[in-house]
Design a protein around this ligand. Structure first.
Ligand code: ZN
Length: 526
C-alpha cells in the first residue's frame, strides 16, 4: 500500500480542519481502506467562541458523508468537555447518546456526529483516523486472529476484542488504551472490525495508517495469502434472461417490493461461486458488521429463495430478544446470491444499492479468499451481526434517503431513446426512480446518461437477433423488465403514390410495425 500524500496538493489545504479534509479524502480514495460511508476521522482544534472564550472542539466525520468526497462542513464540531463528561457515565443508551452528541455541537446546522465521536475524543492525539482495511480484516477474521496481530505488530498496537460500536466500545477503548498504550504505541486494532491510527499532524496519522496496513499486506504476502488468483471459467452459453427474470420476481415477492438484480459473471464472481468449499466459507458472515445493512448477514448460495426467507425469519426470531424495544423484522430477501451458473447476483432497492452491494461483496470475496489461503475465514457470531443490523443508528443510514419515488425498483425499456420524445421518456422515468434501458440506432444512446440506473444499447430494430441480445444485456444488468415504451419510429417525407417504391414502404413497416411485435414478444416473458 502506497501513501498518496503529495506536498503540493497538501499545501492547498491550509489550517487544521482543511488538513483533516485532505487526508480523509486520501483514505477515501483507496477502496481497500474504506467503502461507502465506512470509516471515520477527526481532529481536535482549540478556537474562540463569540465572546473570545477558548473552546476545545472535536471535528468528527458527520453521518451521511463519505470520506472520499468530504468537505469541511461534513465534520460535526462537538465540545470536547461534553464528550469527555459523557465518557464518564456508567451507561448511555444509543438514543441518549445520539441526542447528547447532537446537542454537544457548536453549529446547529452541522450533520449528526459519527457514533464513534466519544471514542475519537478519548484518544489523546490531535488527528485520529479509522478504517476497515481489507488486509487487517483478512488477518483478524481468522480463528487465530489475535495471535497473528500480536505476531505482526508486537507491542506497537492496542488490541481491542470485538464489541459493538457505540458507547460501550468507546468506554472499553478508553480503558484498554490507558492500560496498554505506551510511548511506542502507533495504533489500535479492533478485532473483526478495523484499525485506528493517530498523530499530531494529519500527515503523521495518515502515513501511520498506510504503513501499518502495508505491514499487514506484507504479512499476508509472506503467508502466500495476498495475491488472489481467480481461475478462468466460462459462463453458460445459452441465454439466461428468462430464468433470471423469473428469479428476480421471486426475490421481489420475498422482499415485498420490486428489486433491481445485477448479474456478474466475470472470473472473480464465477470462480468464487464455483468453489468446492463455497458453503463453508461464504456462509460465515460479513467482514465487518456495518456491511450487514448492504449485504444482509449471509448470501443465498443457490436458488432456493423460500429456504433463505425461512432461515432469515428464524434468525430474527432467535435474536429479537436482544433488543430492549420491540423490533419489526426487515424484509427477508437476500442481497447477495452465489450460483455456479449465474456467478454473483447483487440486489438492492435501486441500481445504486445493487452496485454498493457489489462493491462490498467483491472486497468480501477477496478478503475471504485471503483468510482461507492463510488459515480459515471466521466472522462474528450471528448475534453480533444482528445487533448492528437492527441497531437504530444503522437503520437511520438507510432511511436517510427519504421517501422513495413511485417507480423505485422497477425497470423500463424505451426504444428510440437517443432524442426527442424517447429521451424525454427516459428522463421522466429516471426521475420517478426506475432503472431505464434506452435503445437506439444512434450510438450516442450509450453515453446519454452516466449513472448506475441507466443503460444505453445501440440496436437496429429491424434485426431480431440484435433485439434479443439487447434484452439479454438488459436483464443481466437490472434483472428483468416491467415497462416497455415503444417509441421508435421513422417518418420519411411525403412521396406521391406514383413514386412510392416497395423498399421504402417495407422499411417504414419494419421499424414502425414489425419491430414492435418482436419487442413485445421478447419482453413478455420477462
Ligand atoms: Zn468502524
Amino acid at each position: 500500500m502506497q501513501s498518496l500524500w503529495n506536498e503540493t496538493e497538501a499545501a492547498e489545504y491550509a489550517g487544521d480542519l482543511n488538513q483533516r479534509v485532505y487526508t480523509s479524502r486520501l483514505l477515501g480514495r483507496d477502496k481497500s481502506l474504506v467503502m461507502h460511508g465506512g470509516g471515520n476521522t477527526s481532529v481536535k482544534i482549540t478556537q474562540s467562541d463569540l465572546f473570545g472564550r477558548e473552546q476545545h472542539i472535536l471535528y468528527v466525520k458527520g453521518s451521511g458523508w463519505d470520506l472520499e468526497t468530504i468537505q469541511p462542513q461534513g465534520f460535526s464540531p462537538c465540545k470536547m468537555d461534553v464528550l469527555l463528561d459523557l465518557a464518564t457515565l456508567p451507561e448511555l443508551s444509543d438514543i441518549q447518546m445520539a441526542n447528547e452528541l447532537r446537542v454537544s455541537m457548536i453549529d446547529a446546522s452541522a450533520p449528526s456526529p459519527s457514533v464513534e465521536a466519544i471514542l475519537h475524543a478519548l484518544i489523546p492525539h490531535k488527528y485520529v483516523d479509522h478504517t476497515h482495511a481489507d488486509a487487517i480484516i483478512a488477518i483478524t477474521n481468522t480463528p487465530d486472529g489475535r495471535r497473528r496481530i500480536e505476531e505482526l505488530y508486537g507491542e506497537r498496537m492496542v488490541i481491542i476484542p470485538y464489541i459493538m460500536p457505540g458507547f460501550k466500545l468507546a468506554r472499553l477503548c478508553a480503558e484498554e488504551f490507558a492500560r496498554q498504550a505506551h510511548d511506542g504505541t502507533q495504533g489500535m486494532i479492533l478485532l473483526k472490525h478495523g484499525i485506528f491510527t493517530f498523530g499530531e499532524t494529519a500527515k503523521e496519522a495518515y502515513e501511520r495508517m498506510i504503513a501499518l496496513v502495508d505491514e499487514a499486506e506484507q504479512y499476508l504476502e509472506r503467508h502466500h495469502a495476498w495475491r488472489v488468483e481467480y481461475p478462468q471459467v466460462a459462463p453458460p452459453d445459452e441465454p439466461q434472461r428468462q430464468v433470471l427474470a423469473a428469479f428476480r420476481r421471486e426475490l421481489s415477492d420475498a422482499a415485498g417490493f420490486a428489486v433491481i438484480m445485477a448479474s456478474h459473471t466475470d472470473e472473480q464472481a464465477l470462480s468464487f461461486a464455483r468453489r468446492a468449499d463455497l458453503k463453508q466459507i461464504a456462509l460465515q458472515g460479513p467482514l465487518t458488521p456495518d456491511h450487514v445493512i448492504r449485504t444482509k448477514r449471509l448470501p443465498l448460495v443457490g436458488r432456493d429463495v423460500a429456504a433463505y426467507e425461512e432461515s432469515y425469519r428464524a434468525y430474527f426470531e432467535a435474536n429479537q430478544h436482544r433488543s430492549a424495544t420491540p423490533l419489526t423484522m426487515l424484509d427477508p430477501a437476500p442481497r447477495i446470491v452465489l450460483d455456479p451458473d449465474w456467478g454473483l447476483l447483487t440486489i438492492g432497492k435501486t441500481a445504486k444499492e445493487a452496485a454498493i452491494a457489489e462493491d462490498i461483496y467483491r472486497h468480501t470475496i477477496a478478503v475471504i479468499s485471503r483468510a482461507r489461503a492463510m488459515q480459515n475465514y471466521e466472522a462474528l457470531p450471528a448475534e453480533d451481526i444482528f445487533d448492528v443490523e437492527y441497531w437504530d443508528l444503522e437503520q437511520a443510514k438507510l432511511r436517510a434517503g427519504g421517501k422513495a419515488p413511485a417507480f423505485t425498483g422497477e425497470i423500463a425499456l424505451v426504444t428510440g431513446a437517443a432524442s426527442g420524445i424517447g429521451k424525454a421518456c427516459v428522463e421522466s422515468l429516471l426521475a420517478r426512480g426506475a432503472a431505464v434501458v434506452g435503445l437506439d440506432i444512434n450510438p450516442a444512446i450509450e453515453t446519454l446518461f452516466k449513472r448506475p440506473d441507466y443503460l444505453g444499447i445501440t440496436v437496429d430494430l429491424t434485426d431480431e437477433a440484435q433485439i434479443a441480445a439487447a434484452f439479454e444485456t438488459a436483464v443481466k444488468r437490472y434483472g428483468g423488465l416491467d415497462m416497455l415504451v415503444l417509441n421508435a419510429g421513422i417518418f420519411p417525407g411525403g412521396t406521391p403514390i406514383a413514386k412510392l417504391g416497395l423498399a421504402d414502404w417495407d422499411k417504414v413497416l419494419r421499424i414502425n410495425l414489425d419491430s414492435n411485435l418482436v419487442l413485445m414478444r421478447e419482453a413478455h416473458p420477462l
